[in-house]
Design a binder for this molecule. Sequence first.
Ligand code: AP5
Length: 191
Amino acid sequence: MGKKVVVTGVPGVGKTTVINGAMERLAAEGVAYTAVNFGTFMFDVARNEDLVSNRDEMRKLGKDDQKRLQQAAASGIAAMSADANIIIDTHSSVKTPAGFLAGLPAWVLRELMPDMVVLVETDPDQILMRRLGDASRVRDMEGAREITEHQEFNRAVSAAYAMYTGCTIKIVKNENFLLEKGIDDLVSVLR
Ligand code: AP5
């Protein structure tokens, strides 16, 4: 059986940057991982149904639509080879107009059964600056206090994922000027 590792973090924390760095390092060592983006699986379905025109609109959809898209993404990812090592780039929770939505509710966990959930975190002021610097996305504008609250909620909801699946929870810091340290920490748990 391959390893299933879910990597999460609030938007703009740099989870995709850390994943890409880790994949490059592991490939050089001959350790094969496939990285899949959960939001891309959801977006492909949402776009086909004309529900959204960009991926940042998905978190504004009604709860039932988001849950249906989650289910479709989880089934699509679960259909990938059971023997492959897979990194799933997603969210412990999504901030919607109706409140926090669990990124890995029971019907997603049942499909994925991850070995580990990684929380990528950093200082909220750094996240704020990264969001402001990313013109390619439609980022929610939040203050440092709200970002802190979201990171705290992600830790709390991840504890529930550990209880449900027996997965471990690994916290990886992705601080300014210390990207390589974040990559080292992720690589150390993927080998
Ligand atoms: P997704 O595509 O995952 O969107 P996102 O959270 O905005 O993720 P990004 O990849 O844009 O941000 P990132 O944190 O990975 O940062 P990045 O590496 O780009 O999800 C899209 C949507 O799908 C969600 O909004 C949601 O609606 C839906 N979705 C997904 N999963 C779901 C689920 N399970 N349930 C329900 N809905 C779900 O980096 C950001 C910037 O920071 C870059 O400019 C980068 O260069 C910079 N940076 C990174 N690291 C550093 C560093 N160490 N120092 C300085 N700068 C850095």
